[in-house]
Design a protein around this ligand. Structure first.
Ligand code: SAM
Length: 312
């Protein structure tokens, strides 16, 4: 439905089956099956005998471009899941998803060219608005003087934090090609004067010093334990005395709606070939090994099993 632009087609009001079939360039009986399936998911509702309209889920999806981009992106995950036995037996990775993000696993990620990082960085940036508020509500960013967002991508989270904490100085560290994209986005948001960006490889380079708050947003779960330890130690060296690290990402939390992390992220990251959604206890153990203290876990209101861990 996303690929066929059906939600957009119904944005102005109900449309007839014949209309929608023309829009999708598909035969009416086949399109009707798809629409009825959409009704089952709450994406669409019936409006009279022959018309269809947006349902509550469809209206929400139409308002969330980042989620639609993510749905399109999942074709790559489904491609890897065509042979689930093969995926498990080869130990994960080596498929479409792994190739999509290959630059991050190369021997020199900091040499990745602009065209290699463009798609993934844009996809990440588009999905930030769907959870940034939940993170900013769960921790008082205003208490801090200077925020460094490590692996900050195009700066979308930094832009949200800047609005929530108008006095906060901003800094971002990511791969050099990604940082160029952040520079443009921060300039477009009118934040160039408040933000410093630095390119490098957090697997081997020192991080910029001086921040009393460092964030890792959707970073730790992408990496295996040794790489996470290297990164956490670099953060500890960079943090101002008494500073805080905030980790925000999908975590494996027990029970209820949170099972989504155990199912979805387990398979997504297996297909990616590295990383996993960890429990707060597992992240706490890594933080402790890297020398952090006063480690606390907070839930967020996010439906994406996003947990928050704060450490000193
Ligand atoms: C999953 S994305 C998250 C981006 C952003 N924090 C967000 O939530 O949208 C991971 C980020 O880590 C960056 N990254 C991966 N490996 C890196 C490395 N070795 N050094 C610096 N940045 C790296 C990627 O370029 C990407 O922007």
């Amino acid at each position: 439905m996303v690929d066929l632009g059906l939600l957009e087609a119904m944005a102005q009001g109900p449309r007839s089956l014949a209309d929608l079939a023309r829009h999708a360039a598909a035969p009416e009986p086949a399109l009707e099956r798809l629409l009825v399936a959409g009704v089952g998911l709450g994406l669409i509702s019936r409006a009279g005998e022959t018309d269809f309209a947006l349902g509550p889920q469809g209206a929400a999806l139409l308002g969330n471009a980042g989620l639609r981009d993510m749905i399109v992106h999942h074709r790559q995950l489904y491609q890897d899941l065509i042979d689930p036995v093969g995926l498990v037996r080869r130990g994960g990775g080596q498929g479409d998803l792994a190739r999509y993000w290959a630059y991050a696993r190369s021997a020199a990620p900091d040499a990745a060219p602009a065209d290699a990082v463009a798609d993934y960085s844009a996809l990440m940036a588009a999905s930030v608005p769907s959870f940034a508020r939940d993170v900013l509500d769960a921790y008082p960013f205003r208490r801090h003087r200077r925020l460094l967002d490590v692996g900050g991508g195009e700066g979308a989270f930094l832009i949200a934090a800047a609005a929530a904490a108008p006095k906060l100085e901003l800094a971002l560290f990511d791969l050099p090609a990604v940082v160029e994209r952040a520079r443009s986005r921060l300039a477009a948001a009118g934040l160039s004067h408040r933000a410093q960006v630095q390119g490098g490889d957090f697997g081997k380079d020192e991080l910029p010093q001086g921040a009393d708050l460092i964030t890792l947003v959707r970073i730790v779960h992408d990496h295996d334990d040794p790489a996470v330890l290297t990164l956490l130690r670099a953060i500890r060296r960079a943090l101002a005395p008494g500073g805080r690290l905030v980790i925000a990402e999908p975590m494996s939390l027990s029970g209820g709606r949170d099972r989504v992390a155990d199912v979805y992220f387990a398979m997504y990251l297996l297909a990616m070939g590295h990383g996993r959604a960890r429990s707060p206890a597992e992240i706490t153990a890594l933080l402790t090994a890297a020398g952090f203290r006063d480690i606390s876990f907070r839930r967020t209101a996010s439906l994406l099993s996003l947990g928050l861990i704060v450490a000193r």
